[in-house]
Design a binder for this molecule. Structure first.
Ligand SMILES: [Zn+2]
Length: 168
């Protein structure tokens, strides 16, 4: 088993038999955001589950995605559950609609990834800057030889649709 990785004082361990996440994070370490793509219906999914959530097919391949997307929703964490996040509260967690599979398989669905919203140097983005509709891109925070965390940072693209955030 790879050595435990420390992140914000937490020990991150991926068990040997968790091939789905071992491979996902190894691809992330190579700075590639990879989704599992169903070999029957062609839809991608996240998290990288064993079977297709749409058609239950077991066959799949890894498919690289651009890592570009739009903030679909967010939360601002005011009270950190993990002590390692205490010093950066309040901070934003974003749910991102990736560009590749918006509106599939139904108009209200998409390929969505949850992550922290960070600056390009991986410090927390100011929570006042998060809003639904803003454009983001993935950045990879290298933590070890076998593991990087995909995070999102605000991109310089114009927002998509209505920009909205909870009024102060
Ligand atoms: Zn499928």
């Amino acid at each position: 088993m790879p050595a435990p990785v420390t992140y914000r004082g937490m020990s991150l361990v991926i068990p040997d038999n968790d091939s789905e996440w071992i491979e996902f994070y190894a691809h992330a370490r190579a700075h590639r955001l990879m989704m599992r793509k169903c070999s029957a219906c062609g839809l991608m999914r996240y998290p990288p589950t064993h079977a297709c959530p749409w058609c239950q097919e077991l066959g799949w391949t890894w498919q690289e995605v651009s890592g570009r997307g739009t903030i679909h929703s967010y939360e601002v964490v005011m009270h950190a559950i993990q002590p390692g996040f205490k010093e950066i509260t309040p901070y934003a967690v974003v749910l991102v609609d990736l560009d590749e599979q918006r509106g599939q398989p139904t108009p209200d669905e998409a390929l969505r990834v949850i992550a922290n919203l960070v600056k390009p140097d991986f410090t927390a983005e100011a929570d006042a800057n998060v809003a639904i509709g803003k454009r983001v891109r993935v950045v990879f925070q290298d933590l070890a030889d076998h593991l990087a965390l995909p995070q999102f940072t605000l991109s310089d693209e114009p927002p998509e649709g209505r920009v909205w955030r909870l009024p102060e």
